[in-house]
Design a protein around this ligand. Structure first.
Ligand SMILES: C[S@@+](CC[C@H](N)C(=O)[O-])C[C@H]1O[C@@H](n2cnc3c(N)ncnc32)[C@H](O)[C@@H]1O
Length: 356
């Protein structure tokens, strides 16, 4: 009787599968990584050891997901969570992160296929990915992603790409103009990169963000006007005053399309009429930031991001055309047209006075 442990490693809606080496038994078939239990070893101990040996990653076992028996073979499938490490291919041809409903497209070992079918039937939105097994939902993941990314976040503003630098500088100039003398609410302020620029001309700034990790960095900076920072959810802001200006930079792309109208209304609710609004984000550039992923029946697009520690995060990243931005914002404020939109090679922004 042989017992084998397999690991179902799920990160942000995707599952890791590995392809067996060409010359191994069942060469080039895909599998959930894992291996045989050693003498005296429990299934949990085995999967932790195997993933370290095969892929160089440390995992934590969340629970037994399934148990299959075939002839004299028993396979224990454990749901595991990434703790640390960067994937190295010690035993496999390659690995692939796939959405659950894509598992079917891979030539999996027959036993693993059975488990894959169960995963597919339960669906990405039922059971497996919704906290039943303690796995993060998509929006929780955004929070975790930016918390893990806090220290390296501002690396993006140091890219030495001339177009990027030009547009970044222009955005700084536009912000200082838009918020001159305003009481500004910076929504999802992150490490305070733009807050600092706005503070050069604004009357005051309040930065809110859901992550204390980024706010700690924001608080450590110096500002040109009175400033404050608070941990707050941008979908549920409770503020003591109405603001005369607001910025949300690189937030909208992470808002699910189905939540966008509600979110824009909520942002406007924090403002006095005629307040200055500035929303900025990335333009879609082929090849930058990895492949754009879609899911059947889902209007949103997603990108897989890898941080310096090797951890990977599947995040919502939506892109817009000028027409889409005009339609979206035109429904919330009067007089909005394409003149309110800047569409650059790297960034876009909309800038307008809020007129309900
Ligand atoms: C791409 S960063 C942008 C940071 C900053 N605005 C900038 O332009 O450098 C997105 C920020 O949104 C924050 N965030 C994500 N979800 C949030 C939420 N529900 N409420 C408030 N902040 C959120 C993240 O923590 C992160 O700091």
């Amino acid at each position: 009787m042989l017992t084998v442990a397999g690991g179902i490693l799920e990160e942000n809606g995707m599952i890791l599968i590995a392809q067996r080496k060409r010359d191994d038994a069942y060469g080039l078939k895909w599998e959930f990584p894992g291996g045989k239990l050693e003498k005296g070893e429990t299934g949990e101990e085995c999967i932790v050891r195997e993933l370290m040996e095969e892929l160089g990653i440390e995992v934590e076992v969340m629970g037994l997901y399934d148990e299959l028996a075939e002839d004299d073979l028993t396979i224990l499938y454990y749901q595991v969570k990434w703790v640390s490490g960067k994937i190295t291919l010690n035993d496999h041809e390659r690995v692939q992160w796939v959405f659950v409903d894509e598992l079917d497209n891979y030539n999996l070992l027959s036993v693993d296929r059975e488990v894959a079918m169960k995963l597919i039937q339960r669906g990405i939105s039922e059971g497996f990915n919704q906290g039943k097994h303690g796995v993060l939902s998509m929006s929780d993941d955004m929070v975790k992603y930016y918390s893990d990314r806090a220290k390296e976040y501002e690396e993006i503003y140091a890219w030495r790409d001339p177009d990027r630098q030009t547009e970044q500088d222009l955005m700084g100039v536009e912000l200082k103009k838009a918020f001159k003398g305003k009481r500004v609410l910076d929504i999802g302020c992150g490490t305070g990169y733009w807050t600092q620029r706005i503070s050069e001309t604004a009357e005051s700034v309040l930065g809110i963000d859901i992550n204390e990790a980024v706010l700690e960095i924001a608080r450590s900076k110096e500002y040109g006007c009175p400033s404050g920072f608070k941990v707050m959810d941008a979908y549920n802001m409770e503020l003591e005053e109405k603001y005369t200006g607001t910025i949300a930079s690189f937030m909208l792309s992470h808002v699910l399309k189905q939540d966008m109208d509600g979110w824009i209304s909520h942002v406007h609710d924090q403002l006095e009429p005629d307040a200055s609004v500035f929303i900025a984000d990335n333009t879609f550039v082929e090849g930058i930031g990895g492949k754009l992923n879609t899911k059947p029946g889902d209007p949103n697009t997603y990108k897989l991001r890898t941080l310096n520690d090797g951890s990977q995060h599947m995040i919502v990243k939506n892109y817009f055309t000028v027409d889409e931005l005009v339609e979206l914002f035109g429904a919330h404020t009067s007089g909005f047209d394409e003149k309110n939109v800047f569409m650059g090679k790297c960034f876009w922004w909309v800038s307008y006075q809020y007129r309900p």
